[in-house]
Design a protein around this ligand. Structure first.
Ligand SMILES: [Zn+2]
Ligand SMILES: [Zn+2]
Length: 265
């Protein structure tokens, strides 16, 4: 693991703490509309629903993230100050829509237009949105359980990259974005649904008996599987995801998961 990853991990830990504070603030709020939820027919759900997100609250989360980033990386000051002037209500409504859909093209052109590094707009739009998505997913677990989840998170559409082995010993795909979790068969591909024993291979890592990589020879997809039963303190799924980045590297070095990398020109 290189220095950049370590620094990034530290930053992510701070964002995680911030994110937990945001989650607490949203505890009493209701983000989804019952009538919409109960008549939901298509998934991922969040692209079909009108989520009730308070723009002022969303903006305050974004500004808190700005302060953290500035504190952490002073060379971002100028870019963030420029963005701070751009986040009108109108822009934030758009950000919510495009961040839910992970519209890279939109955010890249936003970055170009406002002369900031390519990664910044999506990063600062998406992280403060996660607590709202997590609240929404928590409100509608019942509806989501009815979804035929295949290839992506039925709530937010994220690729099923991480799973845990839960207390019951079951493999549970857990979405690092919205925290929605669903149990799957141990020998199954979360991407294409293949359940053929010969097609699913389990890669193990030396000196690490708590994690595996489940790879699929049908679609070349992979999922990291972390057995959290052995951990004294279980960390947030986004941190587990980040701390197992070496597993992503191993999977990709073996030729898995690369098909999913979107090339946007
Ligand atoms: Zn999700
Ligand atoms: Zn597959």
């Amino acid at each position: 693991m290189n220095v950049t990853n370590k620094e990034y991990q530290l930053l992510e830990e701070k964002i995680q703490t911030l994110s937990e504070q945001w989650t607490n603030l949203l505890e009493q709020e209701t983000v989804t509309i019952l009538e919409q939820r109960s008549t939901l027919k298509a998934f991922p759900a969040f692209s079909q629903l009108q989520l009730q997100i308070d723009i002022e609250q969303y903006r305050s989360f974004i500004l808190e993230l700005f302060s953290l980033l500035k504190e952490y990386q002073s060379d971002l000051d100028e870019a963030l100050e420029r963005l701070e002037m751009e986040i009108t209500d109108e822009v934030l409504v758009q950000w919510i829509k495009e961040a839910i859909a992970v519209n890279d093209v939109y955010f890249e052109s936003f970055a170009e237009k406002h002369r900031v590094a390519e990664w910044i707009p999506f990063f600062v739009a998406e992280h403060p949105l996660r607590p709202f998505l997590q609240k929404a997913a928590a409100e509608m677990t019942e509806e989501l359980h009815k979804a035929e989840a295949q290839g992506c998170c039925p709530a937010c559409g994220e690729a099923p990259r991480v799973a845990i082995i839960n207390k019951k010993g079951k493999k549970e795909i857990t979405c690092p974005r919205c925290h929605y979790a669903w149990e799957v068969k141990k020998i199954s591909c979360a991407h294409c649904g293949s359940e053929e024993a010969g097609k699913i291979e389990i890669l193990r890592v030396e000196k690490d008996d708590s994690s595996e990589i489940h790879v699929c020879h049908d679609c070349q997809g992979y999922t990291k599987v972390i057995d959290v039963r052995k951990f004294i303190q279980v960390e947030a799924i986004s941190m587990l995801d980040l701390k197992t980045i070496h597993l992503d590297i191993i999977a990709q070095e073996n030729g898995f998961g690369l098909v999913e990398v979107k090339e946007v020109h």
